[in-house]
Design a binder for this molecule. Structure first.
Ligand code: FAD
Length: 429
């Protein structure tokens, strides 16, 4: 549904109507990406966001949005207009019977917790942190872990956005082709204003933490995946590995060669006095259980393989660390995500095992990441769009059957490519 003037009718505006600064430097959370846009605009409402995009169209400037800046790939950089979306933050509606929730694009994941709980609802899953804005999480297919649980993107059912004509348009379930493009778009369809997600009835989670050896982890691989709502582990190459991610590790064992496993299952809680915050035995509302928080910066590469290749892929990475990169001490995180249908989703058509490698800022981690990219090649990995990766257009052509359709939709929404930057142009122009 188009609700505003087409580009030809855009009135002249000397500056954006939203608060803005010129030539301010932006840096991401990890400190490895920065940019100095001509204008950094912080819209406080839909009209100011629209005015900013129309200003950019009139001035011939490219536009990118920034959420919480937690991506470590060069997604956000622009020399044109950077739209800081933090001023568009609110839960705008819930439908408990239909299990739906609407929110403005800049709403952070942690803002959903209490608001949805009051309506008897909860997000179906969450990742390792809850600081991301919902549109930022959707743009890169941010995920948690659980073989029957999809990414945030798989739950997107409707979006209102500003396209490259300077129009506000809506995409809903009646436009499946466009919706599948919008579910994972790397910010290239336009500026998201508001989204609707499929959510679940509220639930409590019980935590279990164990510290198995690698032989034990591999031995119970499939049963652990199958018998837990959420199962993930961090394999520790060294006794110091857990501490690097602020994890307590085992009270009884050195963690070198062991896994720090996390299992979460739904339990019935009638009385919240049962709630427990004890590490390893936490019991709480789902949204209070999921997110940890990381105080120290790091850089990550995260690749996705078919779940049937998960064990072999993890062992290939372990072998790489032992034989060629023994100085890499960070844990290797392993998770699972259900297949979905979004054209540019890492999980499109593939139940996936997620392998995450973490490195320390200020060290030369590039050779480690390049070697990991090489050893995982045999598993045809896809990459997290928000983390460091080595994807090229030709690799996308081999890995994403929906790439051509995505690009067609992208061009329909943004024929002049005003929402592209160098990184996304190389992949998706
Ligand atoms: C400490 C840490 C923990 C993490 N844990 C996980 C995890 O558990 N699971 C996981 O999958 N990922 C994880 N990530 C990655 C993170 O979830 C993604 O990089 C996510 O995209 C970041 O969201 P953001 O709000 O910071 O978006 P940004 O990084 O600011 O932006 C990401 C993309 O979204 C676009 N965008 C943002 N807002 C809009 C909008 N309104 N309209 C259009 N486009 C928009 C941007 O242009 C950009 O392309 C983690 C990252 C860090 C640093």
């Amino acid at each position: 549904m188009t609700t505003h003037l087409p580009a030809a009718g855009i009135p002249a505006a000397a500056t954006p109507t939203a608060p803005f600064s010129t030539d301010a430097t932006w840096t991401n959370w990890g400190g490895n990406q920065s940019a100095t846009p001509a204008f950094t605009v912080r819209p406080r409402n839909e009209q100011e966001a629209l005015d900013a995009v129309r200003f950019a169209i009139r001035e011939g400037l490219p536009v990118r949005a920034v959420g919480s800046g937690h991506s470590s790939s060069p997604l956000v950089q622009t020399g044109g207009v950077l739209m800081d979306m933090s001023g568009l933050s609110a839960i705008t509606g819930t439908d408990p019977a239909g299990r739906r929730a609407r929110a403005l694009a800049g709403t952070t994941i942690n803002a959903f917790g209490d608001a949805l709980w009051e309506q008897g609802l909860a997000l179906g899953n969450q990742g390792d942190i809850d600081k991301q804005q919902i549109a930022g999480a959707l743009a890169t297919s941010t995920h948690g872990s659980g073989k029957n649980l999809g990414s945030f993107s798989s739950s997107l059912r409707w979006v209102k956005l500003i396209n490259g004509y300077g129009d506000i348009v809506e995409i809903g379930e009646g436009q499946l082709r466009e919706l599948r493009a919008a579910q994972v778009s790397l910010g290239t369809l336009g500026i998201f204003l508001e989204v609707e997600l499929a959510v679940e009835d509220s639930y409590y989670l019980q935590e279990e933490i164990t510290y198995p050896t690698w032989a034990e982890t591999a031995g119970t691989w499939q049963s652990d995946i199958d018998s837990n709502r959420h199962y993930s582990f961090l394999w520790c190459p060294d006794n110091d590995s857990c501490g690097l991610l602020d994890l307590p590790g085992s009270p009884d064992y050195g963690m070198g060669g062991r896994s720090y496993t996390k299992k979460y299952n739904i339990v019935d809680v009638q009385d919240e006095r049962r709630i427990s915050g004890i590490e390893g035995a936490r019991l709480d509302r789902s949204y209070r259980i999921y997110p940890g928080g990381f105080t120290t910066q790091f850089h990550e590469l995260e690749y996705f393989v078919r779940s049937e290749d998960g064990l072999a892929a993890v062992e290939a990475v372990q072998d790489l660390i032992r034989t060629k990169h023994p100085s890499q001490k960070y844990p290797v995180e392993v998770r699972w995500v259900k297949a979905d249908d979004a054209y540019m989703s890492q999980f499109q058509g593939r139940d996936s095992t997620v392998v995450t490698l973490t490195t320390e800022p200020g060290t030369d981690y590039w050779q480690f990441f390049r070697d990991a990219d090489a050893v995982l090649q045999e598993f045809e990995p896809r990459a997290h769009w928000g983390k460091i990766h080595f994807m090229t257009r030709s690799r996308l052509e081999r890995l994403y059957p929906g790439l051509d359709t995505f690009i067609q939709v992208r061009r329909e929404f943004d024929p002049r490519g005003m929402f592209l930057n160098d990184h996304t142009r190389a992949l998706l122009a």
